[in-house]
Structure formats: structure tokens, C-alpha cells
Design a protein. Structure first.
Length: 204
């Protein structure tokens, strides 16, 4: 049970090993942070899974957002610092995505303001390498940034249920042809891989 007044949020982490076909517990996370509870998905980069998190140690002094990561090789948790300009932003206004071999953090404005910013970590693991890449503005229409295309365009959903492609060089929008509830739109990076598992289960 979480002790909210004392900022204590015990963690229970289970790791599934596909080759063995079983779950095991990772007993100690060791970081007093709380993952943002919203619809954002984690980002995979540099062998680690990344989430937006909240530093509970600084809760009384105001919001302090950061990035929590789990390294698949060492099977250990650690943290990365946010861009300084985003540290005081609510985690519910932030999302994280893969961007090439590194990470991008998106700061979502309100649909009324219609402005969202994209920050990229140019050198993975180096907090000083964060740089604001773009600010996308579409007042009264822009909902959220949903992802990136291979050609560098940004996918954005709109308040009138469209999915648009934003050209960062020309700062123009094009209709993707897809429509639907903005909550139904999401984009993921496809990475082809070959996973070998133990024989006998019918999969290679």
C-alpha cells in the first residue's frame, strides 16, 4: 500500500524471460520515483526502456519531472535528467518517444493554445545535449504529437479527429487521410529482429 503522506510508493517489478518462459521478481528498484500514470507509452533506445516519471523526493518543493529507465542488459533501473526547461512541467503534459538512436521528449500544450514542443537528446545519456528541435503551432486544432515518420515528418492528431503530417522544414501540414478519435492514434518504431528461443514451443 502506498503511503502518500510520507511519499512512499513501494514498487513491485516482474521480469519475463522468454527463453525460460517464466516470470521473476526484481526485488529492489532503489529509486523514489513515481511513473506518470497516463496513456503515454515507454520508449526503447540504447538497450533501455524509458518512462516519464516524477521525483517524489522533491514533491513538497514543486514538480520535478525526470526520465526513469530500465536497462535490458544489466536489468537495473536508473534515471536521466529532463531538459532544464521541462523539469517543472507536469508529467501528464509530457511524453517520450524514440528518435533515431536517442530520445525525444514532447511537451503538449492545450488545444486552445495549440502549441507543442519537441526536445531531442542529441547525445544519448548526456543531459547537456538536450535541444529544442521544433515548436509546432496550430491554434484551436492541434491535439497531440503522436510520433515521427521515416522522412522526418511529425504525426499530429487534431481536435477535429484528423491525423496530420507536419513538415518541419516548410512548417506546413498535410492530411494523412486517416480520421478517427484522437485517442485512437498512436505511432511506433518498427524494428525487424530475429529472436531465438528454446526448442519445443514451435517458434523460432
Amino acid at each position: 500500500m502506498a503511503d502518500v503522506m510520507e511519499r512512499k510508493f513501494p514498487s513491485n517489478v516482474l521480469l519475463y524471460t522468454q527463453g525460460v518462459g517464466s516470470w521473476r521478481s526484481i526485488p529492489s528498484v532503489g529509486h523514489p520515483h513515481c511513473l506518470a500514470c497516463d496513456d503515454w507509452f515507454p520508449a526503447f533506445a540504447n538497450g533501455s526502456v524509458h518512462w516519464i516519471a516524477l521525483d517524489m523526493r522533491a514533491f513538497d518543493d514543486g514538480i520535478r519531472s525526470l526520465i526513469m529507465l530500465f536497462n535490458m542488459g544489466s536489468q537495473a533501473f536508473s534515471v536521466l535528467m529532463m531538459p532544464a526547461a521541462l523539469v517543472s512541467e507536469s508529467p501528464l503534459c509530457l511524453s517520450i518517444m524514440s528518435y533515431g538512436e536517442s530520445l525525444a521528449v514532447l511537451c503538449h500544450g492545450s488545444s486552445a493554445g495549440g502549441s507543442s514542443s519537441i526536445w531531442v537528446m542529441k547525445e544519448y545519456g548526456v543531459a547537456e545535449s538536450w535541444a529544442k528541435l521544433y515548436t509546432i503551432t496550430l491554434p484551436g486544432v492541434l491535439d497531440q504529437i503522436r510520433g515521427f515518420r521515416e522522412n522526418g515528418e511529425v504525426l499530429v492528431s487534431t481536435s477535429d479527429d484528423r491525423l496530420l503530417c507536419y513538415d518541419c522544414e516548410t512548417t506546413t501540414f498535410a492530411n494523412s487521410g486517416y480520421t478517427g478519435s484522437s485517442d485512437a492514434f498512436s505511432a511506433y518504431t518498427f524494428m525487424e529482429s530475429l529472436v531465438l528461443v528454446q526448442p519445443g514451443n514451435g517458434f523460432i
